[in-house]
Design a protein around this ligand. Structure first.
Ligand SMILES: *[C@@H]1O[C@H](CO)[C@@H](O)[C@H](O)[C@H]1NC(C)=O
Ligand SMILES: *[C@@H]1O[C@H](CO)[C@@H](O)[C@H](O)[C@H]1NC(C)=O
Ligand SMILES: *[C@@H]1O[C@H](CO)[C@@H](O)[C@H](O)[C@H]1NC(C)=O
Ligand SMILES: *[C@@H]1O[C@H](CO)[C@@H](O)[C@H](O)[C@H]1NC(C)=O
Ligand SMILES: *[C@@H]1O[C@H](CO)[C@@H](O)[C@H](O)[C@H]1NC(C)=O
Ligand SMILES: *[C@@H]1O[C@H](CO)[C@@H](O)[C@H](O)[C@H]1NC(C)=O
Ligand SMILES: *[C@@H]1O[C@H](CO)[C@@H](O)[C@H](O)[C@H]1NC(C)=O
Ligand SMILES: *[C@@H]1O[C@H](CO)[C@@H](O)[C@H](O)[C@H]1NC(C)=O
Length: 295
């Protein structure tokens, strides 16, 4: 420390002008969409005129005069920090940033290497069931959780059967507040559901890191009179079942009678001609014959 001070004193006495740039971090790696501040430290003699600059890949992006020198003040040394803010960095901002200072006849600069890396893609998570049933006239609230790294742009929206829903629709509303906060909830509320609101709804997240989408299947059913409808349906079903049983019974009886008639035909043929010529007599005869055969 003493040595350092002695050097500056020596420099000042000899009118050696000081202009020096340092940086504590010369390699910076950040995730796409995040914000960082590059910093360097400038030491300069109060006696000299000083201007500062920033370069990106050798091209000037910032420059300004910093200090007006005072020939008389040859002892004082000043020290300040220079900074450059990279807001929601994109990968194109990767490169060599040069922090520098100039004074007539003097130049000092340092390179800071910045690597903006690709971030993980955005993710959406359905809150609640992906398939939901509602009655006509009810209100539906759909919810998704969005998780994404800081991004240079964020767009959240809802779609119905693929078409974008306007956030200001009166019946279908969603909030677009603060889409930049990562880990936010996307809500959609549908008031006074109609039958034609049945379909695929999706929450969508479009960020500089990519797209994410999650689907909901929503079914809207008519509001039934819950007391009379099931009773009516029961009665109808009973009637149908009864009718079916009756038809089945009738068919069985007819089939049995037909089969019996068929099996008796050779015997009937042997009956006197007189009986066969009269259908009424014939049937009476056969019935009589049957009962005899069973005994
Ligand atoms: C910065 O990274 C480069 C390679 O990207 C490497 O050559 C250099 O040594 C690093 N410097 C520091 C101070 O870590
Ligand atoms: C800084 O990087 C540039 C290339 O962008 C190179 O020409 C220059 O020599 C470097 N300066 C220092 C001080 O490392
Ligand atoms: C600083 O620059 C001004 C012009 O902008 C000049 O008049 C002045 O003499 C300079 N001072 C020194 C110490 O170089
Ligand atoms: C930037 O960082 C990534 C991940 O650490 C590395 O794979 C890549 O080589 C780096 N790029 C440069 C230009 O240093
Ligand atoms: C979404 O709903 C949740 C839970 O009701 C609430 O905490 C959150 O603030 C809502 N988000 C928006 C953007 O309205
Ligand atoms: C849906 O039904 C309502 C009436 O219930 C009607 O006003 C509206 O136009 C219909 N929408 C579409 C897209 O068919
Ligand atoms: C996502 O955003 C990008 C950049 O603004 C745009 O080109 C693209 O069409 C968007 N995708 C959707 C599905 O909105
Ligand atoms: C959502 O549903 C649509 C239409 O059915 C389909 O094209 C799309 O792939 C689905 N998306 C997801 C993430 O399942």
């Amino acid at each position: 420390m003493e040595c350092y001070f002695a050097f500056f004193l020596f420099a000042a006495v000899l009118s050696i002008q000081v202009l020096n740039i340092k940086a504590s971090q010369t390699n910076v790696t950040i995730v796409e969409g995040s914000t960082t501040t590059l910093q360097c430290q400038l030491t300069y003699s109060e006696a000299i005129n000083v201007s500062i600059f920033w370069l990106f890949d050798g091209k000037q992006i910032k420059a300004r005069p910093l200090h007006k020198g005072n020939d008389q003040d040859i002892i004082n040394i000043n020290e300040i920090f220079l900074s450059l803010k990279l807001t929601q960095a994109t990968r194109k901002q990767s490169g060599i940033y040069t922090c520098g200072a100039l004074s007539p006849g003097l130049r000092s600069a340092i390179n800071i290497s910045v690597n903006v890396t690709d971030a993980e893609g955005p993710e959406l998570e359905v809150k609640g069931e992906a398939v939901q049933n509602f009655l006509k006239g009810n209100t539906a609230t759909l919810r998704c959780n969005a998780v994404f790294p800081p991004a240079s742009f964020v767009d959240t929206f809802w779609t119905f059967n693929g078409g974008r829903i306007a956030s200001n629709e009166r019946r279908r509303k969603y909030d677009k507040d603060n889409p930049h906060s990562s880990g936010s909830t996307l809500n959609l509320t549908i008031y006074d559901l109609r039958l034609n609101d049945t379909g695929i709804y999706a929450c969508n997240l479009n960020t500089s890191h990519g797209m994410a989408q999650k689907n909901f299947s929503i079914f809207v059913k008519p509001k039934e009179d819950t007391r009379s409808a099931p009773v009516k349906r029961d009665r109808g079903t009973k009637l149908l079942i009864g009718l079916g049983l009756f038809v089945a019974l009738l068919t069985t009886v007819m089939a049995i009678v037909y089969l019996k008639l068929r099996s008796r035909r050779p015997i009937l043929r042997r009956l006197p001609r007189l009986c066969l010529d009269n259908p009424q007599t014939a049937s009476r005869a056969s019935v009589t014959f049957t009962s005899v055969a069973h005994e």
